[in-house]
Design a protein around this ligand. Sequence first.
Ligand code: IMP
Ligand code: MG
Length: 181
Amino acid sequence: MTAVTYQGLEVLYTRQQIAERVAEMGAQITRDLNGEKLVMVGVLKGAAPFLADLARAVQVDATFDFVATSSYGHGTRSSGAVKLIKDLDQSIEGKNVLVVEDILDTGITLAYLRKLFQQQRPKTLRIATLLDKPSRRIEEIKPDYVGFSIPNLFVIGYGMDYAERYRNLPDICLMTPDHPE
Ligand code: IMP
Ligand code: MG
């Protein structure tokens, strides 16, 4: 199947490449859990498509929870201050927790969440991110599972947005500065 092309947008990873990588990540996570249960914690909103696919790629007894954060910033830049706008519904104490994120950029969001979750004393706390931009890191975060490591590019689709748009694109695309709004 050939990927759809979008007007003015270049496809970086096709839905098929994403599906293959998510399947591999799911298999790895399954192996690492040794038959134990898992709580998958998605970071809204961007991680929703990835969590939905990853959850079906792990062969474990899993539950979902979601958190939402906001960073005080606009467009393609975030400012550094993170605010929790939706907390976990259930306690993660003593649980195997997998934080599921769409993209790891400065690390500020995940450093904040990691600290918050560690206070609840989970049995294990791991991080799965579909995309990683290591060159952008400000806070030290080493994800346990990375789909694709990318240079400093702004991407959209498969959950990721530009000003809330494009989250529903099935492929991951590059947001070019000259893209018509
Ligand atoms: P961090 O706190 O800087 O690591 O930022 C993480 C969040 O910034 C991600 O969950 C995304 O919501 C957003 N973000 C960072 N880079 C991109 C991008 O290239 N496209 C869309 N959103 C991004
Ligand atoms: Mg996000």
